[in-house]
Structures are given as C-alpha cells and as structure tokens.
Design a protein around this ligand. Structure first.
Ligand code: DQA
Length: 157
C-alpha cells in the first residue's frame, strides 16, 4: 500500500508563515509524524512539495500505476487550479484534501475549492492533526478498496 503526499505553494514556509493561522509546526515535522504512522501500519509513503502548479500536476499524474492513495494540500491552488482538479479526476486514485486552516471561516475567495469535488473527502481546520486524520481516513478507504477487490476476485473464481 502506497500513499503519496503532495503539498502546494508556501507550505514549505510552515512554522514561519502566518503562525497565527497555521501554527508553529514545520512541514518536515508534520511529515515525520505521517511517516511514523505509515511505518506502524506497513504503508509506503512519499512526500512532495512544490510552489509550481505544473509540477504538482506532474506529480499527481506520476501517481498513476504507482500510488494507491493521494493526500493533497493544494494550498492557494485549491481555489484557482482547474488543471490540478483535472489531474486528480484523471488518475482515479482515492484522494483526500487537507487544509490546516478552516477555509470556510476565512476570506470569501477561500470558500471555494475547485479540487474538493473530485476528492474522496476534505479535512479543513484541524491544523497539523488534519494530516493524521487523513492518514487514518486513507487507510480505511484503501482497506475497503482491497476488500472489495478480494470479494470481486472470489465471485469471479
Ligand atoms: C491552506 C489554505 C489556503 O487557502 C492557503 O492558500 C494555503 C494553506 C491551508 O492549509 O489552510 O496556503 O491550504
């Protein structure tokens, strides 16, 4: 089982940027916690951060045939990127969207997520713990997918 974590623009500045909104935790510390959870649950995990929309689209596409699940915080591209939405829809891999802040409590331009409608679910406003919730949620989704595939194989045998 493999999960790819994709982090969008300015998330490399966590721990420095707007601490009143995003808190003091650095991205590498969030990733360390996710890696620990993955190791405990025998899940392969890879991390990717980019400030460039096209690089994020490329990374989503590369998940095809490689990753079982995607956890993505598209950051500002959440609200603007049809390209990223199309990439997520194209690869047909269970995807969970995470936001540290509650985007629905903030400026109006953040209330719309172009990417959430093509994701399995969204976690918003739980801070860094949201990434842990996404790991738990994705583990559940992938176990369900595995069970369904096993049942289908049995029915065909
Ligand atoms: C964010 C919310 C976005 O609106 C913002 O542009 C970000 C971070 C979050 O995690 O809360 O960069 O995705």
């Amino acid at each position: 089982m493999k999960i790819v974590v994709i982090q969008g623009p300015n998330l490399n500045m966590l721990g420095v940027r707007e601490q009143n909104i995003y808190g003091p935790m650095k991205l590498e510390d969030i990733h360390a916690q996710m890696r620990a959870f993955a190791e405990q649950n025998s899940i392969d995990i890879e991390f990717f951060q980019s400030n460039l929309e096209g690089e994020m689209v490329d990374r989503v596409q590369e998940c095809m045939g490689d990753a079982d699940g995607i956890i993505i915080n598209p950051a500002a591209y959440t609200h603007t990127s049809i390209a990223l939405r199309d990439a997520i829809a194209a690869v047909q891999i269970p995807t969970l969207e995470v936001h540290l802040s509650n985007i629905y409590q903030r400026e109006e331009f953040r209330h719309t997520s172009l990417t959430a409608p093509v994701c399995s679910g969204q976690i918003s406003g739980m801070g860094p713990f949201g990434y842990h919730l996404a790991m738990v949620g994705m583990t559940q989704i992938l176990n369900e997918v595995k069970m369904m595939k096993e049942q289908q194989a049995k029915a065909q045998a």
